[in-house]
Design a binder for this molecule. Structure first.
Ligand code: NAD
Length: 320
């Protein structure tokens, strides 16, 4: 059986598939050559990330294809319903990167409360001539322990964020359109664990009581946080968006920073990617990362091995 990993796959995934007798091809075939390649090489499984599109044309023209796999969460680049209507299996790895995103949220939070994003901009410029002035500038940091973290969107990533927050000693409150409560299992290195049940609350309570807010909702038609929501928050709040651009109104965010309502923001996702607004990029109170929430080696390994085990289990079951 042959697997074409057109946007790449981790070595751990390749090893797991090889061990079960699958041949894994990691050549990147150009989109317009894909149909010919899949048919000529008799490919059984097509793995993609976000670059390769798997539309109706490929699904119709490649009758021997059995599985389409997406390494990661969103499947906007695959005609999922159509593929399934043609009896193809469509698989993805929705949980593989949750922990990576959650850790990035805390990178922004820990950095934000000690002004690291700004200090890292100014130390190279003035660190040798204005050290004491910079020291004074960044002297009024705060701690996360004991503060309230509001999580909006209490799904896979939101719950991973809650685990870290509980470990840090924060009070965790959460809001979700559909989840009423969740059991958060915080596991320690030695096998011990604690369970904490968190009941979600109306969004207005999260806005009112949080010292920090982090968003973990899917892409929405409307802003979840705009001018009205900022006005309901505590003064000096820190806010993180590692969910999707368009979840926070960036114009309202910059305004809220200017007015002092928001002390700092951490953004991994932007309204206009890949060309974020200059006003956002140049704002000294915004900690910035270029949509790297899921991009850890560990997440890539989990994506590879999870895809491999799903492929193995589907194709082995079908053989029986
Ligand atoms: N920064 C990155 O690189 C990166 C990586 C992976 C995922 N993400 C994004 O993170 C987000 C969350 O991913 P997930 O795996 O936790 O998804 P999930 O589906 O497990 O959880 C999303 C939760 O949001 C809730 N929700 C939906 N609309 C809501 C609303 N308006 N208000 C409150 N709750 C709402 C849902 O009920 C669900 O519980 C997605 O937008 C995803 O695209 C970002």
């Amino acid at each position: 059986m042959k697997v074409l990993a057109n946007d790449g796959v981790s070595q751990s995934g390749i090893d797991a598939l090889n061990a079960e007798g699958f041949e894994v091809i990691t050549t990147t075939v150009a989109q317009e050559q894909l149909i010919n390649y899949i048919n000529d090489k008799d490919i059984d499984v097509l793995l993609v990330r976000s670059a390769t599109k798997v539309r109706k044309d490929i699904i119709d023209a490649c009758p021997n294809l059995k599985i389409i796999g997406r390494g990661g969460v969103g499947m906007d680049n695959i005609d999922v319903d159509y593929a399934r209507s043609k009896n193809l299996h469509v698989i993805n790895t929705p949980a593989a990167s949750s922990q990576s995103v959650a850790e990035l949220v805390f990178a922004h939070l820990f950095g934000g409360v000690r002004f690291l994003h700004d200090a890292n901009r100014n130390m190279p410029l003035d660190g040798d001539s204005k050290f004491n002035a910079l020291k004074k500038n960044y002297a009024q940091g705060t701690e996360l322990r004991g503060k309230t973290l509001g999580i909006i969107g209490f799904g896979r990533i939101g719950r991973e964020v809650a685990k870290i927050a509980l470990g840090v000693g924060m009070k965790v409150i959460a809001s979700d359109k559909f989840v009423g409560k969740a059991n958060i299992k915080v596991e320690f290195y030695n096998g011990q664990f604690i369970n904490v049940e968190i009941e979600t609350q109306p969004m207005k309570d999260i806005l009112k009581h949080s010292d920090f807010i982090t968003l973990h909702v899917p892409a929405q038609d409307e802003y979840v946080i705009g001018e009205k929501q900022f006005s309901q928050m505590k003064d000096g709040i820190g806010i993180v968006n590692a969910a999707r651009g368009g979840v926070i109104d960036e114009v309202a965010l910059v305004k809220a920073i200017d007015s002092g309502k928001v002390a700092f923001a951490g953004l991994d996702t932007f309204e206009s990617e890949p060309t974020p607004a200059i006003k956002v990029l140049m704002n000294g109170k915004i900690s910035l990362t270029p949509h790297i929430g899921a991009a850890t080696n560990e997440a890539q390994d989990r994506i590879g091995t999870e895809l491999a085990s799903q492929i193995i289990s589907i194709l082995k079951t079908e053989k029986v």
